[in-house]
Design a protein around this ligand. Structure first.
Ligand SMILES: Nc1ncnc2c1ncn2[C@@H]1O[C@H](COP(=O)(O)OP(=O)(O)OP(=O)(O)O)[C@@H](O)[C@H]1O
Length: 357
């Protein structure tokens, strides 16, 4: 594994986690999940969103047998999890939760090395893996390896939690509100870094969040659930924001969805009018549409020059061009509903402020 940007592993169509008529009734009679059919595809990040109590955590925990199904089945990499020893299963499936659950009396290095130690790795291999992971999540090993959890900030603890879950490079990672305990600014940064790591490693991720912005920023696909783990809509971010199913999904996605769409769309050459402008552009091809809107606003509605690769101006963005870009996203999302990134730029976590190259 390396932290250098290698080829991205894009989602394939193959299911890595499959829920088949999965049902969970808790002993007190609460039916948390009624009959769920859902695939999480190889290399994808599937976000589960929905109101409190709709069954998100229950669904997630079915995959690593922290919750046992009442009926139906869950397959991970083709094997019914009920047939696998839960302890062995959990060594192959990373799990990150909101309060991280680090062992308080163990150092950061010992926390990260927990599963490698269980698997009998020698000290040297564990040490080098730990250092590699700390670097991957942006913590300098020399500074952090010997610290205890109480000597870390909330965001740092969360990073260690992610590093620990990735220790043995699990093919599958389950995350339950993983960035929940971090302030909005730190959360944004963690999301961005996590997105990069996930793309690089190709880990298949199922992530639970109640934050629709987090879901659209990170999710290749987003599953919106209502009470009883009922799947209301399953689509990519653009499709979800452009065409939310009437009723519960529309209410949940909320009135800010047009603005959110601007946050995930990017300027493409097709949206530009010709220009003989020589000055450097105010925007770069691949800029986020909300940044483009801000640039248009500060130019008083005048067209803004846009540069392409090599810093050459390739055209002008007008307000009509911006609207056309939005319309295109919505239209394309209808053409290939459910496919990854319909109309949305996928060079960075959506809405992270990066300019695509
Ligand atoms: N051990 C349990 N016994 C009985 N009912 C439970 C148990 N665990 C969860 N529930 C109930 O099952 C339903 C789904 O809970 P779950 O935790 O899966 O929802 P959630 O969508 O993750 O909620 P939140 O967003 O609030 O964390 C809720 O009605 C909850 O009260």
């Amino acid at each position: 594994m390396t932290t250098d940007a290698g080829p991205r592993r894009e989602p394939t169509g193959d299911p890595v986690i499959r829920f088949e008529a999965a049902r969970k009734e808790y002993p007190d009679g609460t039916v948390a999940v009624e009959g769920l059919d859902l695939d999480v595809r190889e290399h994808e990040l599937l976000a589960l969103v929905g109101p409190s109590g709709c069954g998100k955590s229950t669904i997630l925990r079915m995959a690593n047998r922290l919750v046992e199904l009442t009926s139906g089945r869950v397959l991970v990499e083709g094997t019914d999890v009920a047939q696998v020893d839960p302890v062995r299963l959990r060594r192959r499936i990373g799990y990150v939760i909101q309060d991280v659950g680090l062992f308080p009396h163990r150092t950061v290095a010992q926390n990260i090395g927990t599963v490698p130690a269980l698997l009998g790795w020698d000290a040297r291999r564990t040490r080098s893996r730990t250092a590699e992971l700390l670097e991957l999540v942006g913590l300098e090993p020399g500074t952090y390896a010997r610290r205890y959890p109480h000597q870390l900030s909330g965001g740092e603890r969360q990073r260690v939690g992610v590093a620990r879950a990735l220790a043995v490079d699990p093919p599958v990672l389950l995350m339950d509100e993983p960035f929940g305990a971090v302030d909005p600014e730190g959360r944004r940064r963690l999301q961005q870094e996590f997105w990069r790591i996930q793309r690089e490693l190709g880990t298949t991720v199922m992530l639970v969040t109640h934050d629709i912005d987090e879901a659209v920023r990170l999710g290749d696909r987003i599953a919106v659930l209502s009470r009883g783990g009922h799947l209301e809509q399953l689509s990519d971010a653009v499709e979800l924001l452009a065409r939310p199913a009437p009723g519960m999904v529309t209410d949940f996605v909320g009135s800010g969805r047009a603005v959110r769409l601007l946050g995930i769309g990017r300027v493409t050459p097709a949206d530009l009018a010709p220009s003989d402008e020589q000055r450097p552009g105010a925007l770069h091809v691949g800029a986020r549409l909300d940044d483009a809107l801000a640039a248009l606003a500060s130019s008083g509605g005048e067209a803004v020059p846009v540069t392409g690769d090599g810093g050459v101006v390739v055209g002008r963005l007008t307000s009509q061009g911006l609207l056309a870009a939005l319309a295109r996203m919505v239209e394309e999302s209808g053409d290939d509903a459910g496919d990854r990134g319909a109309g949305a730029e996928v060079d960075g976590p959506r809405g992270n402020g990066q300019v695509a190259r």
